[in-house]
Ligand binder design. Structure first.
Ligand code: BGC
Ligand code: ZN
Length: 361
């Protein structure tokens, strides 16, 4: 079968022929891949800055944002059936018996770093025709979300952050409306902004972007103000928005993030989700940040990957977005490319939001 593979030592990315996987245990299922989304992580992998092939391979099949359709199930598979649409989780547990996180199925909190990630770290991904996976890693998604279901995985990044946020905010034992700022208007930012909005936050998006108008229109249609970083300093932004309770960072741009950190409101939480490249040190006023953080009870939280419950929340939220903002949601997917043109999906940034490799229909 065809697959998109990156060869890190040869510095090559190409469509290859890879053996079709077969069920090896009764608890597995085989999926036909329909859609695979492309994100910044994939772009880093195909520029050889990130990503590791599985042991024994000189290539890695990329792709971690999946949508598949079940074509075969093992005898002990009970909660899904042939024909179901599923999204697969990304991270697989480390093998160490004393990693309590992985042993509890929370490899998103793995202690050892020896987890694998499909399409990213030592485990082949989904940008291919068929995959085999254990039932426990499959998350069924309703058929009426077929067109947008590939957005579930990027949305899980926000869902895990939200779960963490609610948990830590129990430190404030009262209910009050929250004001959130999302940094970045890429897919993770836009989907995160939608989730925060559905959860009742007053949301603004602060971003640098080549296609302001498109982003502005999209966010405007869902009642979220877009504040352009090119024309508004972080200080202007903070003044416009008012005291910020939550920052959801989805850019990976540390300079902007640390600048915004200075303008948090009382008792605020700042959630980092972007993974910056190594761009060298920049000056930061650490005294100011530390003083504000202490005097205002502020919290900085990093969040990576997502557990199965975040996939459930993402599927529910995506259904809510589809009801409330069908056009805006559809416009998050800006281009679909066939598998033969996957390299275009990875290399071109059409000015849109999310490129998808459409492998089957
Ligand atoms: C993926 C996560 C993964 C992270 C780090 C992100 O793009 O969505 O599942 O944990 O990259 O590799
Ligand atoms: Zn991703």
């Amino acid at each position: 079968m065809r697959a998109v593979a990156v060869y890190p030592t040869q510095l090559e990315v190409r469509v290859i022929d890879h053996p079709e996987p077969k069920l090896t245990s009764p608890t597995q299922a085989r999926m036909r891949i329909l859609d695979v989304g492309v994100c910044g992580t994939d772009r880093d992998i195909v520029s050889f800055e990130y990503g590791t092939p599985p042991d024994g391979y000189d290539y890695l099949i990329i792709g971690h944002e999946s949508l598949g359709e079940l074509v075969e199930v093992g005898a002990q598979v009970s909660n899904v059936k042939v024909g179901d649409l599923v999204i697969m989780t990304v991270r697989r547990p480390c093998p160490h018996p004393d990693c309590v996180a992985c042993r509890e199925g929370r490899q998103d909190f793995c202690y050892t770093g020896d987890y694998t990630e499909r399409g990213i770290k030592q485990n082949h991904g989904y940008m291919t025709e068929f995959v085999v996976e254990e039932e426990r890693y499959l998350n069924p998604v309703p058929r009426d979300l077929r067109d947008v279901a590939v957005l579930v995985e990027p949305l899980t990044i926000a869902e895990k952050s939200l779960e963490q946020l609610w948990m830590v905010q129990r430190r404030l034992p009262w209910d009050r409306p929250h004001r959130a700022v999302v940094l970045g208007a890429g897919p993770v930012g836009i989907l995160g902004a939608m989730a925060l909005k559905v959860e009742g936050f007053e949301v603004s998006v602060y971003s640098r972007s080549q296609n302001h108008e498109e982003k502005n229109r999209l966010l405007d249609s869902i009642g979220i103000p877009y504040i352009a970083a090119e024309t508004h300093s972080t200080e202007d932004m903070a003044k416009t928005v008012g005291p910020i309770d939550v920052v959801y960072e989805a850019t990976g741009a540390s300079s902007v993030a640390f600048d915004v950190l200075k303008h948090l409101g009382p008792n605020a939480v700042f959630v980092f989700t972007g993974v910056p490249g190594r761009n060298g040190p920049i000056p930061v006023d650490t005294d100011e940040i530390m003083r504000n953080m202490v005097l205002n009870n502020q919290l900085v939280l990093g969040s990576v990957n997502a557990p199965p419950q975040a996939f459930q929340s993402a599927i529910q939220h995506l259904g809510a977005f589809a009801q409330r903002w069908p056009d805006a949601l559809r416009s998050v997917i800006t281009a679909r490319f066939p598998l033969e043109h996957a390299l275009d999906a990875l290399q071109t940034q059409t000015g849109g939001v999310k490129n998808v490799v459409a492998i089957a229909s």
